[in-house]
Design a protein around this ligand. Sequence first.
Ligand code: NIG
Ligand code: FE
Length: 418
Amino acid sequence: GASQVVRVAAAGEKVKLKAAMNHLAIINATKDQGVSIAVDKDGLIAAVGLDKEVEAQFPDAVWETVVNARKRSVVPGLVDAHTHPVWAGDRVHEFAMKLAGASYMEVHDAGGGINFTVEHTRAATEDDLLKLLLPRLQRMTRAGTTLVECKSGYGLDVQTEVKMLRVLEKARPHANLTISSTFCGAHSVPRDLTAEEATRLVIEEQLPAVKAGIVAGELQVDSIDVFCEQGVFDVDQSRRILEAGHREGLMINFHAEELHRLNAAEMGASLGAEAMSHLEKISEEGIAAMARAGTVGILLPTTAHILRLKPPPARAMIDGGVPVALGTDFNPNAFCLSMPVVMHLACVILKMSLNEALTAATLHAAHALRKAHSHGSIEPGKVADLVIVDEPRWEHLVYQLGGADQAISHVIKAGRVV
Ligand code: NIG
Ligand code: FE
């Protein structure tokens, strides 16, 4: 009996990834009928429509759990396309340094940043890391996330990178969300190596160890990532790492054009990358190359907000035909677990519309992870991942800044309230 169900993709339509970002397929309640979503015993969506239409499709059904969504609205489960959730050693002390004017790279070069977290993550046991990870995933779930991309990258050595990926595997059965996991051994150059040495370490030692874990059925890794940035991995080193990962069957999904314009977007597009993140400094040519390649741009408004960067050109990217997705970028620099907060920032800072923000946080984010066939919209046959907003209009999810817990009445993962 919901007041409003936002399906995101239009009824019966194939997933539309470009111009359709601002278009939502919304079913509104009528004077005498609400909107229903039927879920089958496998947790898949069976039907969506006005109450009587849905009931008529299943005259013999025995309805088990019914969540009453009267005076509420329903949107697809949120998809967080970029996070770094496995680590020990927060960097709350660096927050004050940054507020006082230190840049991200100044903190990094002073021995802080990623390498600080690496020391603590190397020292932590698998159990320590799992204990830190699970409540973070739980907080994401409470804020409506049902599918999340999770990166390694605070090990930078073979053992710790594999340890982080194993922690993600251990989390799967406990987490109420689906995890897409990414190997990011090239997240930073370890203190004792040059970037060239680190590139070889990633390609010749870390990647084969990850591959062995996959072959042995111990790891399920979907993508490869690298921090392509001035003073970290240059475009050529990044390309070699990404190609090596791609040869092992991983999707390409990496950090590009964040602090300096290196034309990494063009490089990624030439490799047919599935996705690139950040893109604050992308050029017009980079946007055109991504649009041609169909590469998803994952925008992370928390980073620009916290580091006081010029935000990524979301409008130019959307208008230029790039499918835009959103992520929290949760990490010790950007401590945000909430996609509704990210959607709010996307609207206010990146000048995206509410409809675009919802598409970017659901269907397009699922497509960035190549899971749009099964996730990201309310369509029969897809997994029943749903967020019930405690208001008749779904926009409350974004409008109530930081109020995700109040605006969401239920999160449903594969048909079950979690
Ligand atoms: O996406 N830019 C590189 N990686 C992260 C930051 C990680 C960290 O600072 O620990 C990002 O913002
Ligand atoms: Fe990141």
